[in-house]
Design a protein around this ligand. Structure first.
Ligand code: 5GP
Ligand code: MN
Length: 327
């Protein structure tokens, strides 16, 4: 576990950003609200300081998940093919390890300096400057502090990005990480005049009918293994094609599955276009799914984590059960 950023770390990050006329920004592939909110908030902030910014992530196809299409600053995004291979300064957000940058992973070696802004306990500290706080509720908490130190005024547009990250990673202010400081941060963001109710509706309460139908398929397939406190389901590339729903659009399906009272751990396996499985795990109670996912080659937090599996569905589930039974 990395300790919270020390004063010299902040100073180094601020000095590097102040000195750079051009800054490249990247978040993890298949971005969630925290990754996108962090990326766009700093991109907007740096633009207001007169910097040239390029912002992207390494997913193919490259598209903004529809629940985040309302975010300010989307005009600052470019597809990964247009991302510089050797930027003088690269900043990554919410990305615990280099492989999570997807097709942009190689830029780490090409970049002059790399500032890592993250809150994953599993972060491998792959930057030249590591702004990492595993106790932060979201990466946007660290971005907010960075913007304050860069003396960027908190505009409503920046606040909307930060609020989106905060509500995403706290599960709408429900998870353990929702401290008094999180509420104080939210209050400061809402005070800028953002429409927080509209943001919550976009992020949590808006789905296409095709998504609702696909959710029905996933829930119908769900299996409860009560003896090990596990509930799980899966989706295939064929499902995504049939319903016209993107892989990253079903982020919320696991939140429905995890309401199962008989299960402490919920799992969804999503088949990727490459034929691997992107596995999402959620826990309540004492199971540390972050540790389990690290052991299975992935990463994440105590209550929310994931890994990618090259094995087929049955083999992947066998490995996962073995890891759970070793608890
Ligand atoms: P989600 O299940 O929402 O995709 O991810 C939950 C958490 O686990 C996030 O913090 C995410 O960064 C992490 N995570 C998900 N998949 C992977 C993976 O394949 N590798 C790593 N290292 N972390 C992952
Ligand atoms: Mn996050």
């Amino acid at each position: 576990m990395t300790a919270a950023p020390a004063e010299p770390v902040w100073a180094e990050a601020v000095a590097a950003l102040n000195a750079a006329p051009d800054v490249a920004l990247a978040c993890h592939l298949g971005p969630d609200g925290d990754a996108l909110g962090s990326l766009l908030a700093l991109a907007l902030g740096l633009r207001s300081l007169g910097k040239n910014v390029v912002a992207s992530w390494g997913s193919d196809p490259f598209r903004v998940p529809p629940q985040y299409a309302f975010l300010p600053g989307l005009d600052l995004l470019s597809p990964p093919a247009e991302f510089p291979a050797k930027p003088d300064l690269l900043v990554t957000f919410d990305t615990g390890s280099v492989d999570r940058l997807g097709s942009l992973a190689g830029v780490i070696d090409g970049a002059g300096a790399v500032i890592v802004v993250d809150h994953h306990p599993s972060n491998t500290a792959y930057g030249t400057v590591n702004v990492i706080d595993p106790d932060a509720a979201a990466s946007v908490v660290l971005v907010d502090e960075l913007l304050r130190r860069l003396q960027v005024p908190l505009t409503a547009d920046i606040a909307a990005c930060l609020y989106t990250g905060l509500t995403t990673d706290t599960g709408s202010f429900k998870y353990q990480a929702t401290t008094p400081a999180v509420h104080a941060f939210a209050a400061r963001l809402i005070a800028t005049g953002i429409d927080h109710a509209a943001i919550a509706r976009e992020v949590w309460d808006t789905n296409r009918f095709a998504y609702v139908k696909l959710l029905g398929v996933l829930l119908d397939r769900a299996t409860l293994e009560a003896e090990r406190g596990l509930v799980w389901s899966w989706s295939t590339q064929a499902d995504f094609a049939t319903y016209g729903v993107g892989m990253e659009d079903i982020e919320g399906a696991i939140d429905m599955l995890r309401t199962t009272v008989e299960a402490e751990v919920a799992v969804i396996l999503k088949e990727t276009p490459e034929g691997t499985y992107a596995v999402s795990m959620r826990a309540k109670g004492t199971t540390d799914v972050g540790a389990i996912c690290v052991a299975l080659g992935g990463g994440g937090h105590r209550y929310a984590a994931g890994f990618t599996s090259d094995a087929d569905l049955a083999t992947t589930m066998d490995r996962l059960r073995a890891a759970l039974d070793a608890r």
